[in-house]
Design a protein around this ligand. Structure first.
Ligand code: NAI
Ligand code: PYR
Ligand code: MG
Length: 372
C-alpha cells in the first residue's frame, strides 16, 4: 500500500505520525512510504534517517496527499489539509470531532475514511491510542500549572509543595483516568495537597489503594466539585466521555469564587473543555484570565515534548498502522472491532454515535458500511 506522512502544521506541533522505525516496519512488509521533507526534524529524525528506513522523501503535503492511500498524522487535519483529502483515501490521526463542526463538515464532504486515534478501543475497554498522549499531557499539566501559578504570569504566587512552615498548594484533579492519574503522580511528587474527583468508584478505589491517605478521593457530584474547586489553587480538567463533547462540570460561578490568581489547566479542551469558561489556546499564547483565574487550554500539549511524544505515540499506533497497510482499511476494521471503534467518518457518513449527536448528522452504524 502507498502510505504517506505529512509534516504537522498545527501551531507549535512538533510531533510526526511515523518514526523511521515505524517506516522501516512497513517498508520491510513491501509498502511504499512517502514522508514530507523535514516532517520528522522537530522530533529529531532527519530525512536521511527516513531514507535509510526505506522511505521516499517528497517535497510537499500536496505530494503526500496525492500519492498516499493511507495518510498517517498526529493532529486533526487543518483546513488546508482537509482540502487535500479525497474519496478512497484513509486518514489515521487524532480527530476530536464532537466539538469541531467545521472539521466534521469537511471530512463528511471529502468522502475519505477517517479513523480517529482517540476512539480506538482495547479489550479492557480503554483507549490505547489516546493513553500515551494522556500520560504525557497529564504529567505536563502539573508543570504547566506550577508555571502559571507564578506571580508574573498572573498566578497567585504559590509554590506547589510549599516549604517547611507554609502550606502546600491545593490541587484538584477532575477526572481520575489516564491524564488524571499522571497529574496526581506529578502533583504528589512535588508535595502538593491533592484531591481527585471521578464518577467511577473503581477509579477512586484504585487511586485510594495506590496512594492511601496521601490524597483525597471524592465521588463526582455538583456539591463535591463546587467545594473542591472553589478551594483550589490549581485545577486540572481531565474528564472524558469517549468521542463526546466534554461535560461542563466546572461552572462560571465556581470560577468566579476561586481565589484570585488560581489556575485551571483544562486538558480536556480537545473535546471542548470541562469548564464553562474554557476555549482552546495555543503554545504561542497559552493562557488567558477570566474572573481572576488563569486558564491554560492548549489542545496539543504533547506537541511541545515532541521527541518523547512521537516515540510514545508510535509504540501504540504501529500495530494498527501495519494492520491498515497489510489488509487494507476495510478488511482491517472488519477483522478488528477495536479498530472499527475508531471509525468516525466514512463515505460521507458519520459512524460514531457521540459525534453524530454533537454535530447534527444522522448516525450510520459502521458495520452497515463495512459489511462482514
Ligand atoms: N490537551 C491535550 O493536549 C490533550 C488532551 N487529552 C484529553 O484529556 C482528556 C482525558 O483523557 P484520558 O485521561 O485519557 O481519559 P480517560 O477515559 O482515561 O479518563 C477520563 C475520566 O473521566 C471520568 N469522568 C467522566 N465523566 C465524569 C464526571 N461527570 N465527573 C468526574 N469524572 C468523570 C471517567 O470516569 C474517567 O476516569 C480527553 O479529552 C483527552 O482527549 C489527552 C491528551 C492530550
Ligand atoms: C490527544 C491530543 O489531543 C494530543 O495528543 O494532541
Ligand atoms: Mg475570583
Amino acid at each position: 500500500m502507498k502510505v504517506g506522512v505529512p509534516r504537522e502544521i498545527k501551531n507549535h506541533e512538533y510531533r510526526v505520525g511515523m518514526t523511521p522505525a515505524s517506516v522501516h516496519e512497513l517498508y520491510s512488509h513491501g509498502h511504499d512510504v512517502c514522508v514530507q521533507q523535514g516532517a520528522g526534524a522537530p522530533s529529531g529524525f532527519s530525512d536521511d534517517d527516513y531514507r535509510q528506513a526505506g522511505a521516499r522523501i517528497v517535497d510537499s503535503a500536496e505530494d503526500v496527499f496525492e500519492q498516499a492511500e493511507l495518510v498517517v498524522k498526529v493532529k486533526e487535519p487543518q483546513p488546508a489539509e482537509r482540502a487535500l483529502l479525497r474519496e478512497g483515501q484513509t486518514l489515521f490521526t487524532y480527530l476530536h470531532l464532537a466539538p469541531d463542526q467545521a472539521q466534521t463538515d469537511d471530512l463528511v464532504a471529502s468522502g475519505a475514511t477517517c479513523i480517529a486515534y482517540e476512539t480506538v478501543t482495547d479489550r479492557a475497554g480503554h483507549l490505547p491510542l489516546l493513553a500515551p498522549m494522556s500520560e504525557v499531557a497529564g504529567r505536563m499539566s502539573i508543570q504547566a500549572g506550577a508555571h502559571c501559578l507564578e506571580k508574573y504570569l498572573g498566578g497567585r504566587g504559590v509554590l506547589l509543595g510549599g516549604v517547611p512552615g507554609v502550606s502546600p498548594a491545593r490541587v484538584t484533579v477532575v477526572g481520575g483516568g489516564v491524564v488524571g492519574q499522571n497529574a496526581v503522580a506529578m502533583a504528589i511528587g512535588l508535595g502538593a495537597h491533592v484531591t481527585v474527583i471521578d464518577r467511577s468508584m473503581d477509579v477512586l478505589r484504585q487511586l485510594d489503594h495506590h496512594y492511601g491517605n496521601r490524597i483525597t478521593t471524592l465521588f463526582s457530584t455538583a456539591h463535591a466539585l463546587d467545594e473542591a474547586i472553589v478551594g483550589s489553587d490549581l485545577v486540572i480538567g481531565s474528564v472524558l466521555i469517549p468521542g463526546a463533547s466534554a461535560p461542563k462540570l466546572i461552572t462560571r460561578d465556581m470560577i468566579r469564587r476561586m481565589p484570585e490568581g488560581s489556575v485551571i489547566v483544562d486538558v480536556a479542551i480537545d473535546q471542548g473543555g470541562c469548564a464553562e469558561t474554557s476555549k482552546p489556546t495555543t503554545h504561542d499564547n497559552p493562557t488567558y484570565v477570566v474572573d481572576g483565574v488563569v486558564h491554560y487550554c492548549v489542545a496539543n500539549m504533547p506537541g511541545a515534548v515532541a521527541r518523547t511524544s512521537t516515540l510514545a505515540l508510535n509504540n501504540a499506533t504501529l500495530p494498527f498502522i501495519a494492520a491498515l497497510a497489510n489488509k487494507g482499511a476495510e478488511q482491517a476494521m472488519r477483522e478488528d472491532p477495536h479498530l472499527m471503534a475508531g471509525l468516525n467518518v466514512m463515505a460521507g457518513k458519520v459512524t460514531y454515535r457521540e459525534v453524530a449527536e454533537a454535530t447534527g448528522y444522522p448516525y450510520t452504524d459502521p458495520e452497515s458500511l463495512l459489511g462482514s
